[in-house]
Design a protein around this ligand. Structure first.
Ligand code: SF4
Ligand code: FES
Length: 234
């Protein structure tokens, strides 16, 4: 039996089933909380922190925090949105994101959040790391310059018997995503398509399929990310 609980987001009375993660409960009530590493229907990991809200005054990741009765949540405030903007800036300077030459431009969630938060020159210095573009896989190209290590591909792409296909390789600053060599023969065309779609940036691209949808006609060329739900304050 479901139990509905009442809570407030930015003073607005909301209701959701107890235990629903805040980000989903907000969405059900027409309120947008930005996400990057979260995928609907897949267990959250809370790695990117862009969905941070204040819960009863304390910062919490809304994709991993279940709603409880009487919660007071602050979401759309200038202070929290500046933290989110700083996270987007960190992700931009940490990798090499050259949007005009990226096949994912217009469909990229990081780029779309940059526009949403009106990012201009990042407040942090660019790292310009030296990273490889790996074209060794017959189905996909992995551009490590663009990977934000969100683990969506690891968590969402699985074989029928539940084994992950993507895995991390190397350590620390050199950490990168890889198709597990032992799972290579189980990496189907359908998985490759799903991986390219689930990646929020242009780090996993299908081979020989570039620019099928022209720039200017892509998802976020027309609608701001989250604009289907609510506007933010900057
Ligand atoms: S390849 Fe894409 S989906 Fe996988 S961790 Fe990197 S950014 Fe996330
Ligand atoms: S979306 Fe919640 S931590 Fe990434």
């Amino acid at each position: 039996m479901s139990t509905l609980v009442k809570f407030k987001i930015d003073g607005v009375e909301c209701m959701a089933e107890t235990g629903t993660y805040i980000v989903e409960a907000a969405r059900e009530n027409g309120i947008y909380i930005p996400t990057l590493c979260n995928i609907r229907g897949v267990k959250p990991r809370g790695s990117c922190r862009i969905c941070t809200v204040l819960v009863n005054g304390r910062p919490m990741t809304s994709c991993t925090t279940p709603i409880t009765d009487g919660m007071e949540i602050e979401n759309n405030t200038a202070e929290i949105n500046d933290i989110r903007k700083a996270i987007v800036e960190v992700l931009f300077v940490e990798g090499n994101h050259f949007c005009p030459s990226c096949e994912k431009s217009g469909n990229c969630e990081l780029q779309a959040l940059g526009y949403r938060f009106k990012m201009m020159v990042p407040r942090f210095p660019y790292n310009f790391p030296k990273r490889e573009i790996d074209a060794s896989n017959p189905k996909i190209i992995k551009d490590h310059n663009r990977c934000i290590l969100c683990k969506r591909c690891i968590r969402a792409i699985k074989t029928d018997d539940g084994k992950t296909v993507f895995a991390f390789k190397k350590r620390g600053l050199h950490l990168e995503i890889n198709v597990d060599p032992e799972m290579g023969d189980k990496f189907t065309d359908e998985m490759a398509v799903k991986a390219s779609e689930i990646c929020p940036v242009g780090a996993i691209l299908l081979r020989e399929k570039g620019y099928q949808i022209p720039i200017g006609k892509r998802k976020y060329d027309h609608v701001e990310i989250g604009s289907d739900i609510e506007k933010i304050k900057i």
